[in-house]
Write a protein that binds this ligand. Structure first.
Ligand code: AMP
Length: 432
C-alpha cells in the first residue's frame, strides 16, 4: 500500500522550505519595523465562529469549510480555520485585550483550509500572512494597513502588481445598494452566466466579482455602490485615498471590487499579481467595524489584510527575487577507516557545538565519494583523517575554495575553523 498526500495538500521539501523561511524572515523583520505583535492561533475553532464571523452567505462558509463533529457528548461542530481574521478577533475578545489598550496591532502567519477545486495557485491547505489593527476607526489606520501591504511586496521584490481600492460603505448603506443591484441583475438575468444567476439572489454583490466576460459586459452599467454611500463613508474614503496619495502609493479605484467575505465595511482593497495566472489575488483586506460585536465583543473598529504565501512566493520567483543558493557548510569531515569514523562523529558533534555548520559521512563511503559529497554541498573545508592522522593527532585540512592543504593539530581544530568562519560570533559569545 502506498500513500499520496490528499488532493490540494502539498509537501514543502527542504529546497523549497529554505525559500519559505527566507520569506518568513523578511515578514518578521517588516513587522518588527511596524511594531506589531505576533499572535499564534489554533487551527481548529467552533464552526459557529466562522458561520457568524465570516458570514453564512459566503462561499467560504457555505461550500468550502472543513467541518467535523468532535467526540464530545453531545458532539460539537468544529472547523479547520478557512481564514484567520475571525480567530484573531475571537482571541482579542476572549483575552479582553480592549481593556489593556485602546489600540492593538497583531500579525500572524499560518495555514488555512478551504475545500476548493485545486488549480495552479489554489490549494486546499494554503498559508497566510495577515495583520489586524483593532481600535481605530480612522482612515490613518486604513492607510497604514495598505502601506504595510505595499512594503511587504517591496521587501519580497514583487513590483509587477496592481492595487485596487473601493469603499463598501456600512451595512445600512449596502442594503439600499443591494436592492438596486438585484433589481438591475434580474433585468439582465438572460445575459449573465449560470453561476451568476445562481449567486445573484443570495449575494448579488458577488456577481460584480465575476471575471467571466459575459458577466463583466452585462454589469457594465450596473448601479455603483459609491452612489449609495452617506457623507461619512464618502469622507472616510476620500481621506484614506489622500493619505495613500501622500505616501506616493499607486492604486486604482475599482467599484467592482467587493471581496468575498461579508464582514467588510468601508475600505476594501486587493493586491493583484500581474505575473500570476487566473488565481491572481496576492492578498487583500479592508475594514471590518462590525465583526468584533458580531462575535460577542464590545464594538470596536478594525482593519486588516491577508496575503497568500504560496502566491507571494510564486510572484517573487517570477520577479527573480528569491535566491536558490545551495546550503553551504563550513567543514566536511572525511574519515578513512573505522577508527577515524569514530573520531569524525565525535569531532562533528564538538564543532557543531561551537556553532559551525559541519557534516560527516554516515554511509561509510570511499574517500573519493566523501570528497565529491563535500564539494557538492559547498563545504569550505574538508578535514581528512585516517590512521596516520590519528597517530599524529593532526588532521589534513583542505581549503576547497583555493585547493591549499595543511596539517592541523586536533587541539587547534575548533579554534582555527571558527576563526576562518565569517558568519560566527566571536568565541567569547559562543562559550557558555
Ligand atoms: P481571502 O481571505 O479569500 O481574501 O484570501 C486571502 C489570500 O489568501 C488571497 O489573496 C490569496 O492570496 C490566498 N488564498 C485564498 N485562498 C487560497 C487558496 N485556496 N489557495 C492558495 N491561496 C489562497
Amino acid at each position: 500500500m502506498s500513500y499520496a498526500s490528499l488532493k490540494g495538500f502539498r509537501d514543502i521539501l527542504p529546497e523549497e522550505s529554505a525559500r519559505w523561511r527566507e520569506m518568513e524572515r523578511k515578514i518578521h523583520d517588516l513587522m518588527r519595523r511596524y511594531g506589531y505583535g505576533e499572535v499564534r492561533l489554533p487551527m481548529l475553532e467552533a464552526t459557529e465562529l466562522f458561520a457568524r464571523g465570516v458570514g453564512e452567505g459566503t462561499d467560504v462558509v457555505g461550500k468550502e469549510m472543513y467541518s467535523f463533529l468532535d467526540k464530545s457528548d453531545p458532539p460539537e461542530s468544529i472547523t479547520l480555520r478557512p481564514e484567520l481574521t475571525a480567530s484573531a478577533v475571537r482571541a482579542y475578545v476572549q483575552h479582553s485585550i480592549a481593556q489593556q489598550s485602546a489600540f492593538t496591532a497583531w500579525y500572524y502567519l499560518g495555514p488555512a483550509f478551504r475545500y476548493e477545486q485545486p488549480q495552479a495557485g489554489r490549494y486546499r491547505q494554503f498559508h497566510t500572512f495577515g495583520i489586524e489593527l483593532i481600535g481605530s476607526e480612522h482612515p490613518e489606520a486604513d492607510a497604514e494597513v495598505v502601506a504595510a501591504g505595499v512594503d511587504l511586496l517591496a521587501v519580497l521584490g514583487i513590483t509587477n502588481f496592481r492595487l485596487r481600492l473601493n469603499s463598501l460603505g456600512m451595512p445600512d448603506e449596502r442594503v439600499g445598494y443591494r436592492a438596486a443591484l438585484l433589481d438591475y441583475l434580474r433585468g439582465r438575468a438572460s445575459e449573465l452566466s449560470e453561476e451568476s444567476v445562481r449567486r445573484m439572489e443570495g449575494n448579488p454583490l458577488r456577481v460584480l466579482d465575476s471575471k467571466k466576460e459575459q458577466d463583466v459586459r452585462a454589469t457594465a452599467d450596473a448601479p455603483r455602490l459609491t452612489e449609495f454611500l452617506g457623507a461619512e463613508s464618502l469622507e472616510h474614503f476620500e481621506r484614506t485615498r489622500a493619505l495613500l496619495d501622500a505616501m506616493g502609493i499607486d492604486y486604482v479605484v475599482d467599484p467592482r471590487l467587493v471581496r468575498g467575505l461579508d464582514y467588510y465595511t468601508r475600505t476594501a482593497f486587493e493586491f493583484q499579481g500581474l505575473d500570476l495566472g487566473a488565481q491572481d489575488a496576492l492578498g487583500g483586506g479592508g475594514r471590518y467595524d462590525k465583526l468584533i460585536e458580531e462575535v460577542g465583543g464590545k464594538p470596536a473598529p478594525a482593519v486588516g489584510f491577508g496575503f497568500g504565501l504560496e502566491r507571494l512566493l510564486l510572484a517573487s520567483e517570477a520577479a527573480g527575487a528569491s535566491s536558490t543558493a545551495a546550503p553551504e557548510i563550513d567543514a566536511y569531515l572525511i574519515a578513512l577507516d573505522d577508527e577515524a569514523r569514530r573520531w569524525a562523529v565525535k569531532t562533528t558533534h564538538t564543532l557543531r557545538g561551537a556553532g559551525l555548520r559541519v557534516e560527516c559521512d554516515l554511509l561509510r563511503r570511499s574517500m573519493k565519494a566523501q570528497m565529491r559529497d563535500a564539494n557538492r554541498k559547498g563545504a569550505r573545508f574538508a578535514v581528512i583523517v585516517g590512521s596516520n592522522e590519528l597517530a599524529a593527532r593532526a588532521a589534513q585540512v583542505k581549503n576547497l575554495g583555493d585547493g591549499s592543504q595543511r596539517d592541523l593539530p586536533f587541539d587547534a581544530l575548533v579554534e582555527t575553523l571558527c576563526e576562518a568562519t565569517p558568519h560566527l560570533p566571536t568565541p567569547d559569545q559562543t562559550s557558555p
